[in-house]
Every structure is written in structure tokens, then in C-alpha cells.
Design a protein around this ligand. Structure first.
Ligand code: SAM
Length: 227
């Protein structure tokens, strides 16, 4: 199934406010989601990571959290949206931002690739090819951690249906994402559903790590390691 591709250049002015509008019922600040994901990434990969890429970094919301979590790493962000990268560059001086194009060069591969909320925007037919290109950009033994919306969660599906920049979204089940990884020679090490408990119920937050098996979290993540 292919839908007309959304151009995130058209959403740079209101990306954060749209995100706040759709997820404000769960967490007041959209920064909560960035830090939450980077905290999981931090547990999945070595703290001593030296080269890390956020593929599909958008306006760079996750970058400050990545810099704080991986102080020894050279961090890069990449995206296909020129206007998003302009904002990301302005707000994150000293970080390298790369425009993804058909001929984007694999200069020096990365130890870690982090991807959040990107695959559901990639046309279904192109996903396998993108995953194989990501394999090429990892060092042997390198780790890829991917976060995606959980299609089994009805609230997530409603948010996606109502969000203007999700018009092209085709959500992937965890099994589909895992197949893409394995077919690209990236064996899956771990995965879990996440984002069950809003931060306002902080007393229940420790439950998050126990509920990873339950397909009701707002999102899920998968970690794979290149042989
Ligand atoms: C929902 S935004 C997520 C941005 C960022 N990861 C975050 O968590 O805030 C999806 C991003 O994926 C980018 N994108 C879509 N297709 C892409 C592709 N094939 N390669 C790289 N980035 C892509 C879009 O331009 C957009 O910036």
C-alpha cells in the first residue's frame, strides 16, 4: 500500500505544536518522549559509543538528549527534509547533519544507529532497501535501535489517523520490522513495547520495564546487532 509521501519541509514551523496537540494527554512536554527513548537507547548500547547516527532526525529534537547520554560520541543526524535539517543545525551547533539522498555516501560506518518514528513514513516497497543501506552504515558488531508506533494500540492508531504529517503513515507490526532487520542481516537481540504509563503517574513508572511483553504500549522498540 503506497500513499502520497509527506514532505516534512512543510511541517517544520509547527512540528512540535502538532506533536504536543496529539500527545499532550499523555505527557505535557514533547521533550518527555525524546528523553524516554534516549534513556532506553542508553541501556541498549555501550556508554562508550564513539560514533552514533540518528537516521531521520527531523528538526533534531532527540539530539540534545543523545549528546547528554553519549558524551564521548561524535553524533550525526540525517534526514531527507532540507528544512528540518536547517532547524536541527541551528539548534545543535557542532553536530554534523547529513541530507539523505539516493547516493548518500557511507563514509565511515557507525557503532550505533538510532531511528525513531521514521519507518512508518518510508513507502512499504522501499523499506527493505533502506534497511540494507543501514546495514552498510554499521560497523560489524554495531547496534541499531528502532522505535515505532504500536499498531495494536487503538489510541496510537487514532493519533496517527488525526495527525496531518502522518497522512502517509503505514504502521508496521513488530514482526514486520523484525523481518526487515533479519532480511538485512541484522539479527534481532531484544524488543519491547513501551510508553504505557504517563509521567504524571510517576509512582507507576517502574512498571514500564515489566510490561514490555504486552502489546498495548503506545510504541515499541527493536534492537538488532550486525554480525
Ligand atoms: C515523525 S518524524 C521523526 C523525527 C525524529 N526522529 C523525532 O523523533 O523527532 C519522521 C522523520 O523521518 C524523515 N524521513 C522520512 N523518510 C525518510 C527516509 N527515507 N530517510 C530518512 N529520513 C526520512 C522525515 O523527513 C521526518 O523528519
Amino acid at each position: 500500500m503506497n500513499k502520497p509521501k509527506v514532505d516534512f519541509d512543510d511541517y517544520t514551523d509547527n512540528y512540535n505544536s502538532l506533536l504536543r496537540e496529539s500527545t499532550g494527554f499523555f505527557a505535557e512536554s514533547e521533550a518527555y518522549f525524546a528523553k524516554y527513548k534516549v534513556d532506553i537507547l542508553r541501556r541498549e548500547v555501550p556508554a562508550t559509543t564513539k560514533r552514533l547516527l540518528e537516521y531521520g532526525c527531523g528538526i533534531g529534537r532527540n539530539i540534545p538528549f543523545l549528546r547528554a547520554a553519549f558524551p564521548e560520541a561524535t553524533i550525526a543526524g540525517s534526514d531527507i527534509s532540507v528544512a528540518s535539517l536547517e532547524i536541527a543545525r541551528k539548534e545543535n551547533p557542532g553536530v554534523e547533519f547529513i541530507l539523505e539522498q539516493a547516493d548518500t555516501n557511507v563514509a565511515e560506518p557507525y557503532e550505533v544507529i538510532f531511528i525513531a518514528g521514521v519507518f512508518h513514513h518510508i513507502p512499504v516497497k522501499e523499506r527493505a532497501c533502506v534497511m540494507k543501506a543501514l546495514y552498510q552504515r554499521l560497523i560489524p558488531g554495531g547496534t541499531i535501535v528502532i522505535f515505532e508506533h504500536n499498531p495494536f494500540n487503538p489510541v496510537t492508531r487514532k493519533i496517527v489517523n488525526d495527525c496531518p504529517y502522518d497522512k502517509d503513515a503505514v504502521l508496521l507490526r513488530p514482526s514486520e520490522l523484525k523481518t526487515l532487520l533479519v532480511d538485512a542481516r541484522l539479527p534481532v537481540h531484544r524488543s519491547a513495547y513501551c510508553l504505557f504509563v504517563p509521567p504524571s503517574l510517576s509512582v507507576l513508572l517502574p512498571l514500564e520495564s515489566k510490561l514490555g511483553w504486552l502489546p498495548l504500549g503506545g510504541q515499541y522498540w527493536v534492537t538488532a546487532v550486525r554480525d
